[in-house]
Design a protein around this ligand. Sequence first.
Ligand SMILES: NC(=O)C1=CN([C@@H]2O[C@H](COP(=O)(O)OP(=O)(O)OC[C@H]3O[C@@H](n4cnc5c(N)ncnc54)[C@H](OP(=O)(O)O)[C@@H]3O)[C@@H](O)[C@H]2O)C=CC1
Ligand SMILES: CC(C)=CCC[C@@H](C)[C@H]1CC[C@H]2C3=C(CC[C@]12C)[C@@]1(C)CCC(=O)C[C@@H]1CC3
Length: 340
Amino acid sequence: MEKVVIVTGANSGVGLALCERLLTEDSQLRLCLACRNMQRAQAARSALLTSHNNANIDLLHLDVGSVESVLAAAQEVKARYNRIDFLYLNAGIMPNPQIDFKAFFKGLFSKNVINMFATAEGLLSQQDRLNSDGLQEVFATNLFGHFLLIRELEPLLCGTGDTSRVVWSSSSNARRSAFNIDDMQHSSGTEPYSSSKYAVDLLSLALNRHKNNQGLFSSVICPGLVMTNLTYGILPSFFWTLIMPIMWLIRIFTNTFTLTPYNGAEAQHWLFLQKPESLDPRAKYHSLTSGLGKNYVESRQMDIDDEMSDVLYSNIIELEQEVRSKVSKANTAKYGNRER
Ligand SMILES: NC(=O)C1=CN([C@@H]2O[C@H](COP(=O)(O)OP(=O)(O)OC[C@H]3O[C@@H](n4cnc5c(N)ncnc54)[C@H](OP(=O)(O)O)[C@@H]3O)[C@@H](O)[C@H]2O)C=CC1
Ligand SMILES: CC(C)=CCC[C@@H](C)[C@H]1CC[C@H]2C3=C(CC[C@]12C)[C@@]1(C)CCC(=O)C[C@@H]1CC3
């Protein structure tokens, strides 16, 4: 039977490379590119079709940062497919990143230098803002929109008789100290990206606890440091090109510099081939590239605990209910009590 695979943020970077790799792995795949910009989605589809001309590639309009868009996209998915084998939650943003150059130069001469390059600890801050749903944009995009999508797609993901998999794109930049359970949206901090990725790690663990018995398995990956639009937002592309030889050199000491989207998609590709029962719910699966350019996957234990993961899960369910009641009130105001 053909596998149904949905990839969010599939039109560029690691998401697009993953699509390419999955089509090479399984030409029978029914692949759905879920993107917020349909022109870019169409261009990605055309590019994939040049190397896989008979592939089954669908497009879906999905802005994970908008509740209305997630609800509409989920309706569309339920109309099109009767099950989902893999849902890759890859879309992500890091808006207005700022590098602390002083910390960078200090870190260069400290014994923590390798960890600094692998995790960017202490180097990055971002400016977040409220979106039109009244949610912090980074939290809404990197976490909440994806969670709402899972909830909406539960009929296709849970209790279908087959197992289904969700694969979250987290980061080595996810850090407990950037996350505050009393401010899960990170409205008052300067590291919304790190916070949102840490929350992803917690949420994946909670999903496994609540949904494994219904056949849904959740995993977390980190693609390593990859040259994509996201990293070109941190430093311009010409700068990255200029320092590429240094990056290859650093790769000898930290295998987390995967650098190309193809290499970055290693862990997502690897997970596609694994049996869900063999996976560790507390592990993050890292795409790594050795100094000689060999790709491999390593599982590393996440710095998470059951209690915090459960509290986050309840808080997010509570937020989901608030958001749903807002949507239904807005619909009643717009259309009255008529069935929509
Ligand atoms: N690059 C890196 O070094 C690392 C990346 N990651 C994670 O990997 C994932 C992929 O990022 P990467 O490939 O690097 O970056 P890209 O910017 O190339 O890709 C991100 C994708 O997400 C899409 N996207 C962003 N916001 C939304 C939204 N609201 N709704 C739908 N799609 C959206 C983008 O669409 P559009 O083109 O329209 O903007 C794009 O297709 C992210 O989750 C990122 O956090 C983790 C660790 C390191
Ligand atoms: C000489 C050299 C390589 C300079 C670059 C310094 C920094 C700009 C990078 C060092 C570690 C990088 C890193 C990321 C961004 C760029 C760095 C801070 C990420 C935060 C990108 C997004 C992620 O999810 C994790 C990455 C960790 C490492």
